[in-house]
Design a protein around this ligand. Structure first.
Ligand SMILES: [Zn+2]
Length: 272
């Protein structure tokens, strides 16, 4: 495999624990509102006060209070209201589904070499609640290193490998990006899991998943298979772009469509 790029000789493992604090999208002026938020996981719709965002129907939001951490959808917005603020919990984060940038076809996924188009910090808000910045996060892992073109060194149980391969074949690895040598991925399982790794000189190290398995898990194996496919296709079609950017992000086609395109009233796409 051609891409054995790395800025650093070896990967000083970065603690990216706070790299997905949700940011309010720029050029957005907050519009005070009382919104009805539907939580699919609980089959519940509740009212929340919002003074931090400009919310519209269909927006994906996260709230404080009892349903903190659950994903909700705005189903009604009222701008005229008289309420006692202390009676209401608040909307604390909004998923940023505004995507701007150039994407190329890459099999089941799209790829972009533009760091600003689809950073991990943005995509993760489509699936998971922001991490409370006051929580402490610790990432630890063993020092296993294996070459991407020889997965027999990966030390994965046979049954786990079979399930991971099925995840890969079913396109459950929705997102992978590599910036320099550090990689982040998102895998759809019973919920959305976050996988981190380093990739340098053709080798994967510091592979870790937040499903807290004590062994190499199916999410990690699925990510590795998708990464191998992505790098092979990038080498085939987009070598100059990747060599120039030392960055790529791949996103499953239906996921990009459903979050960044469907339901949007304006904007444009160009196919060539
Ligand atoms: Zn996992």
């Amino acid at each position: 495999m051609k891409f054995k790029i790395g800025f650093t000789a070896d990967s000083e493992y970065e603690n990216n624990a706070d790299n997905h604090i949700v940011t309010v999208s720029q050029n957005e002026t907050p519009m005070k509102s009382v919104v009805q938020v539907h939580f699919p996981a609980r089959h519940m719709t509740l009212a929340y006060f919002n003074d931090a965002f400009d919310l519209h129907l269909g927006d994906i939001v996260y709230v404080d209070g009892k349903l903190e951490g659950l994903q909700g959808y705005v189903v009604d917005v009222a701008y005229t209201f008289k309420i006692k603020i202390s009676d209401y919990k608040k909307v604390i984060a909004k998923a940023d589904t505004n995507v701007k940038g150039k994407f190329h076809m890459l099999g089941s996924h799209f790829v972009t070499f533009d760091r600003t188009a689809l950073p991990f910090q943005k995509v993760i808000t489509w699936f998971n609640a922001p991490i409370n910045s006051e929580d402490e996060h610790i990432i630890s892992n063993d020092n296993t290193v294996f070459p991407l073109d020889n997965l027999s060194d990966m030390n994965v149980r046979q049954d786990v490998a079979v399930r991971g391969e099925n995840y890969y074949l079913e396109n459950k690895v929705v997102y992978i990006c590599i910036d320099g040598t550090h990689g982040n991925a998102i895998v759809r399982g019973s919920k959305y899991y976050e996988v981190e790794f380093n990739y340098s000189n053709g080798e994967v190290s510091n592979l870790v998943c937040n499903c807290f398995c004590s062994y190499t898990c199916k999410h990690e194996f699925a990510v590795i298979l998708q990464l191998r496919e992505a790098l092979q296709n990038i080498e085939k079609y987009y070598t100059p772009q990747y060599e120039q950017s030392n960055y790529f992000a791949v996103i499953s086609k239906p996921i990009l469509f459903s979050f960044a395109i469907e339901g949007k009233d304006s904007g444009s796409i160009t196919l060539e």
